[in-house]
Design a protein around this ligand. Structure first.
Ligand code: AHG
Ligand code: MN
Ligand code: MN
Length: 282
């Protein structure tokens, strides 16, 4: 698996360069979720596909920007599900964006995720890698190499609240949860990129990131295989929790289709317990 992490580091430098140099126009295509693809989404996807095509332990890949699973090496053991450029619509306003990787061994369900990683392209280039039975590790790029900075551990209770989705579509119990946290003194931190938003909560001790379901979108927006499950694993490894709107661990999800989404809540223990109470699933 080390070779997968080494490849992700190479990918991070390549995509960082692409972000700085590629024009920000749209391609002529939409992806499976119906999002218009930027040329940068397509290029980032190509960079990742090309990099994993050289690794024989990678059996297949599933990308946010491609329809189905792409077989690479029949003798490989791992399937890597990835979002090549999360938050890509924020590049034109120069906010941070990211790449997310879920590494699965066996059928594509959360219980088969063995490691996950994300890259943050911000003022600095950072990478977080999580493996079973270990705290996630933060790396930062210095002079063309990733240096290990620290392990990541969430406090029992945090101070930040990152509420996703469209407020006018929130269910009343969800609105009550979010308002209650603000009444307790939580501060709003929401950029619209799940990578920097979840990263901030992880590094600043805790809080709640939510992307709920609504009447219009009962299953929310965030995709299970390459957004929700990789971060659920990282939050659990950091000592926090990650659940859906039924109070079920996101690490128990089994998507029926590669681009399936799920309502999701990531946080430290205090805020997730508050979520369960608000949703009546405690
Ligand atoms: P992507 O750019 O890969 O399509 O994903 C964007 C995601 C995620 O980063 C973010 O939290 C969420 O979409 C924001 O959605 P809203 O604009 O609905 O808040
Ligand atoms: Mn995304
Ligand atoms: Mn994306």
């Amino acid at each position: 698996m080390q070779s997968i992490f080494t490849t992700i580091k190479t990918i991070a430098f390549e995509i960082e360069k692409a972000i700085k140099t590629t024009d920000l126009s749209y391609s002529t295509n939409a992806n499976s979720s119906g999002d218009e693809q930027l040329k940068l989404d397509v290029l980032s996807d190509r960079i990742i596909e090309k990099a994993f095509a050289t690794l024989h332990i990678v059996r297949s890949i599933v990308s946010e920007e491609q329809e189905g699973e792409l077989e690479l090496h029949t003798s490989g053991s791992y399937t890597i599900c990835y979002d090549p450029l999360d938050g890509s619509s924020l590049v034109d306003v120069n906010l941070s964006v990211g790449s997310i990787f879920g590494i699965y061994e066996g059928p594509l369900e959360a219980s088969n995720l063995v490691a996950s990683a994300y890259v943050v392209y911000g003022p600095r280039l950072e990478l977080v890698i999580a493996q079973k039975d270990k705290k996630p590790i933060l790396y930062r790029a210095v002079d063309g190499f990733f240096e290990e900075i620290q392990t990541i551990k969430l406090n029992e209770k945090g101070k930040l609240n990152a509420p996703g989705g469209t407020q006018k579509e929130w269910y009343p119990h969800h609105k009550a949860l979010i308002e209650n946290l603000f009444e307790q003194g939580y501060r709003l931190r929401y950029s619209g990129g799940m990578v920097p938003d979840l990263h901030q909560i992880l590094l600043k001790g805790g809080g709640l990131f939510s992307y709920p379901g609504s009447v219009e979108k009962p299953q929310g927006k965030l995709r299970q295989l390459f957004e929700v499950i990789p971060f659920a694993f990282i939050y659990e490894q950091a000592g926090g929790q990650a659940i859906d709107d039924k109070g079920k661990r996101l690490m128990e999800l089994t998507p029926a289709f590669p681009h399936d989404t799920a309502p999701c809540f990531f946080g430290s223990n205090f805020e997730i317990e508050a979520t369960k109470v608000a949703y009546g699933v405690s």
